[in-house]
Design a protein around this ligand. Structure first.
Ligand code: 5GP
Length: 202
């Protein structure tokens, strides 16, 4: 996998990464999104095939066995994974695809692919994070506590990412994200071809 660009976005549940990503994908429609397969129940407001394909545990294990996943993880008792084929297709065609995955997934991807761009979405504080999780009203108190414990561990992993975007103000966070994507497109490593093309015309 070398032609296109794999972009990883992570951040604790409640960091606002979904909202940021939705706005980024609207501004940069050429950016593709990798739909994960997941065994957790669908939350209210979620749509099959939008962010996730909701699958049975049996089917997920079939995907693991048949090497259909680029990476996967078990998060709070449920499987989450990135189907391999759609990602490979975009990359082979020189496109860019965003994977919204957890910190373990990012480490696995780093081991698997030569180069990727990783961005961590950071909440401005733990208090803000807790208030956002409770305010969603979609999870039980027990799940919120599990998500908070997981969030603190995830925040420690932010040091493994290329960039950190603090989501204090949504518009600024979206702008920061887009700036990173655009700057990355100008990265010398990604523009090797242009050097040869310009020199060829001398
Ligand atoms: P949620 O249940 O809040 O939708 O997601 C829980 C966590 O799973 C989030 O950190 C999210 O980024 C992560 N996640 C979603 N899809 C994938 C995936 O395909 N692989 C991995 N490793 N993590 C994922």
């Amino acid at each position: 996998m070398s032609k296109g660009r794999l972009v990883i976005i992570s951040g604790p549940s409640g960091s606002g990464k979904d909202t940021i990503l939705k706005k980024v994908l609207k501004s940069l429609p050429e950016l593709k999104f990798s739909i994960s397969s997941v065994t957790r129940p669908m939350r209210e407001g979620e749509v099959e095939g939008e962010k996730y394909n909701f699958v049975s545990r049996e089917y997920f294990e079939h995907m693991i066995k048949n090497d259909m996943l680029l990476e996967y993880n078990n998060y709070i008792g449920n499987y989450y994974g990135t189907p391999k084929a759609p990602v490979e297709e975009v990359i082979e065609n020189g496109g860019e695809i965003v994977l919204e995955i957890d910190v373990n997934g990012q480490q696995n991807i780093k081991r698997l692919v030569d180069s990727s761009l990783s961005i961590f979405i950071m909440p401005p504080s733990v208090e803000v994070l807790r208030a956002r999780l409770a305010g969603r009203g979609t999870d039980s108190e027990e799940v919120i506590e599990k998500r908070m414990t997981s969030a603190l561990k995830e925040i420690e992993c932010a040091k493994n990412y290329d960039y950190i975007v603090v989501n204090d103000d949504l518009d600024s966070a979206v702008e920061d994200f887009i700036t990173i994507i655009k700057a990355d497109r100008l990265n010398t490593e990604r523009q090797n071809k242009i050097i040869d093309e310009v020199l060829e015309k001398c």
